[in-house]
Write a protein that binds this ligand. Structure first.
Ligand SMILES: [Zn+2]
Length: 486
């Protein structure tokens, strides 16, 4: 690894608004046209950032040239923060959670109307590039951030999402693995795992090292692949990898209602889970997943993505997020290639009639646009049928750190929506906020918290509209002697 990569590039802070220019000194066509053109028009230093990358990669061209480097990613996010200071919070997760071990900063971006404040609002997560050779996730996420920021003033729906939600993005999870591959094995970018030194010999060797980050989550981790040289190596223990420690800590802190993890490829939406005890929210997960998959056009323009299930074991992110936090979590396999490039592969129906060749940039942009349609489904669902509100101390009115158990009441039958293999949904420890997406119907809710008496209420979620009323649920403190009586 080059020491050069260890530092945030100087260019990241050299932000200035310059005259619009679209002249390129290098011939490559790169990036999504809208974001790239906008950067050219808005940010004079962007050209320098590109020139630095051109100088670095001069000797060998690669399919990777169309994808941002980590240095470019950092520069762009830093510029977006400066350009939209009230709506963007840029977070170095390693610093925030005090986790070391990575060479590059693992960045998260939060979008909201007062992004620097921790507002009492529901949260949603988008992450990409768990696997180094799947950079489409980063491209999709940057286009999505860009769309939300630039359409805020003109699209009332976008404004409503940004104002009322806290929207979190982790564009590249596997920062070190991605950067190593983009810089080092340019002619054959096939690397999947992170750069963990499995045999502890002090150097990174692709034949033996690396952990598959999407097998390292602490949810049925033990069924994963135990062989270090394997593409799918789960790691020495669950949650060992710094990337996963950072993501799971952020997820616990933010308690996301919905999450999506972008991979590539396969034009499919995967949900948790099948081949294992049924998840209690299966019908909800499948119905939202069907809507999500249907909203994302396939690359050839006909039909939507396919919906299928993850297996419930193997330590994958969507399973952990659902099983641990009850986040409705999806893995989306973007596109028809790990790394889209100029010549369309003959992958059956990936062929676009009348168009055998396309610029990488054009393909990336179209795929990103198609993913934005899917993201919109999730944003709209955040305001759909659910129960939400605050769990509060009946005397002080302070928020309570508690849990919510849900039972669906179907006429005379009742159906417990909790189980041994999933944890109940939690409240925000500071505000007591809770939300849980549910189908319309009648439910019995049980709220519990340490030191408090349980509260049980019955609610009816109407079939029409999005006008659910937030609940205010006061809990009474237990008397000290009651707590001690066993
Ligand atoms: Zn993947």
């Amino acid at each position: 690894m080059s020491g050069r990569l260890d530092v945030v590039p100087k260019i990241a802070v050299a932000v200035a608004v310059g005259r619009p220019s679209r002249n390129r000194e290098t011939a490559q066509e790169r990036y999504s046209p809208r974001l790239r053109d906008w950067l050219y028009a808005e940010w004079s230093a962007f050209k320098q950032l590109e020139a630095e990358d051109d100088a670095r990669i001069q000797q060998t061209s690669s399919r990777y040239d169309a994808f941002w480097s980590i240095e470019q990613l950092i520069g762009i996010l830093t510029f977006l923060k400066q350009r939209f200071p009230d709506k963007v919070q840029l977070v170095d997760l390693s610093r925030r959670f005090g986790v070391s071990g990575l060479k590059h900063p693992l960045l998260a971006v939060k979008l909201s109307d007062q992004a620097e404040l921790d507002e009492d609002e529901p949260t949603i997560r988008f992450d990409g590039v768990h696997h180094a050779c799947e950079p489409m996730g980063m491209m999709v996420i940057l286009e999505l951030i860009f769309a939300l920021l630039t359409q805020y003033e003109t699209d009332p729906e976008v404004k409503r999402w940004v104002d009322n939600l806290e929207i979190w993005f982790i564009p590249v999870v596997n920062v070190d693995g991605y950067s190593w591959m983009r810089e080092t094995i340019r002619d054959s970018p096939w690397w999947r795992k992170n750069l963990r030194d499995n045999n502890r010999d002090g150097r990174f060797e692709p034949t033996t090292d690396g952990v598959d980050l999407n097998r390292n989550y602490n949810f049925n981790w033990s069924s994963g692949d135990a062989i270090g040289a394997s593409w799918y190596f789960r790691g020495e223990a669950a949650g060992t990898e710094p990337e996963i420690a950072l993501l799971t800590r952020l997820s616990r802190e933010q308690n996301f209602t919905i999450g999506i993890s972008y991979h590539s490829y396969g034009e499919g939406v995967l949900y948790p889970w099948n081949g294992y005890t049924d998840p209690p929210d299966l019908d909800l997960i499948v119905s939202l997943g069907t809507e999500l998959a249907g909203a994302i056009s396939r690359e050839h323009g006909y039909g939507g993505y396919a919906l299928s299930s993850l297996v419930g074991y193997l330590g994958q992110s969507s399973n952990w997020n659902y099983g641990e936090l009850r986040t409705l979590d999806y893995t989306v396999e973007v596109g028809t290639d790990h790394i889209p490039h100029e010549t369309m592969r003959s992958l059956g129906d990936a062929f676009i009639p009348g168009q055998t060749e396309q610029k990488t940039e054009t393909r990336i942009h179209r795929m990103a646009e198609q993913q934005i349609n899917g993201a919109k489904v999730l944003f709209r669902r955040m305001g759909g049928s659910q129960i939400s509100g605050h769990l509060l101390d009946s005397q002080t009115g302070q928020g309570i750190n508690g849990t919510l158990d849900v039972t669906r009441l179907d006429g005379t039958a009742s159906h417990q929506l909790e189980g041994d293999h999933v944890r109940p949904r939690r409240t925000d420890p500071k505000t007591g906020r809770f939300e849980r997406l549910l189908h319309p119907g009648k439910y019995r809710l049980s709220f519990t918290a340490k030191g408090y008496q349980e509260a049980i209420i019955t609610v009816d979620i109407p079939t029409s509209g999005n006008d659910h009323q937030p609940l205010r649920v006061p809990l009474k403190r237990r008397q000290a002697d009651q707590t001690l009586t066993y």
